[in-house]
Design a binder for this molecule. Structure first.
Ligand SMILES: Cc1cc2nc3c(=O)[nH]c(=O)nc-3n(C[C@H](O)[C@H](O)[C@H](O)COP(=O)(O)O)c2cc1C
Length: 190
């Protein structure tokens, strides 16, 4: 199946380590994995121009042009992101905000999704603060709203707090195993 992996971190660090582990499982099982790093792309912010209101199509042309079809077609979505100021990094939030056109398409224009009920996601979040639960709650809320908008209705979140240095997550002896297990679950057919 087609799997979209979204990497929210602008650095080579903990989120990437977690995502690499999930990717290994996808590759071992011969799935088609497409990796998107929003920080390497040219994505403008939503200007709330309402240019998509009547059509469900964004009028801005940039790297989102190639991401919209992936958001619609992928059967599984894997997200790995750090917490930045109790949310997701700005580069990743630009992508999330740009699904406002799909929000119009779904909730106002009421166009039917090609994958009703069948798509699933795995969210992996890393924060540096030991007591940073609020960051996980806020980032997860944003990502759940994003996933609902693109018609992914089932998700699981793995979160890791107190990991600040780029490879600190490797000190967690069970994290990678947990990611592998969650990825195997994600890939199962219902
Ligand atoms: C701009 C910025 C803001 C941050 N804000 C938070 C925060 O609100 N809560 C938290 O737990 N960690 C915060 N951190 C720490 C990162 O989440 C942490 O270093 C994490 O391991 C980064 O993940 P990465 O290695 O995948 O980039 C922040 C880091 C940066 C650079």
């Amino acid at each position: 199946m087609k799997i979209l992996a979204l990497l929210g971190s602008p650095r080579k660090g903990n989120s990437e380590i977690l995502l690499n582990e999930a990717s290994k499982i996808c590759n071992e099982k011969n799935h088609e994995l497409i990796l998107i790093k929003p920080c390497h792309l040219n994505i403008s912010g939503c200007t709330a121009c309402d240019g998509c209101k009547e059509t469900g199509t964004c009028i801005i042309s940039d790297d989102m042009d190639k991401i919209y079809p992936l958001l619609k077609e992928s059967q599984r979505i894997i997200i790995a992101s750090p917490i930045f100021f109790f949310g997701i990094p700005g580069q990743f939030k630009l992508l999330v905000d740009r699904v406002q056109c799909l929000w119009y398409e779904k909730y106002i224009l009421k166009k039917v999704s090609p994958h009703p009920l069948k798509r699933k996601a795995l969210i992996m979040l890393v924060g540096g603060m030991k007591k940073g639960e609020i960051g996980i709650t806020c980032a997860e809320a944003t990502l759940k709203a994003f996933l609902r908008t693109i018609d992914v209705r089932e998700e699981r979140t793995l979160s890791y707090l107190g990991y600040d240095e780029p490879e600190a997550i490797l000190k967690n002896s069970s994290a990678l195993q947990e990611v592998r297990k969650a990825t195997e679950e994600l890939l199962k057919d219902d």
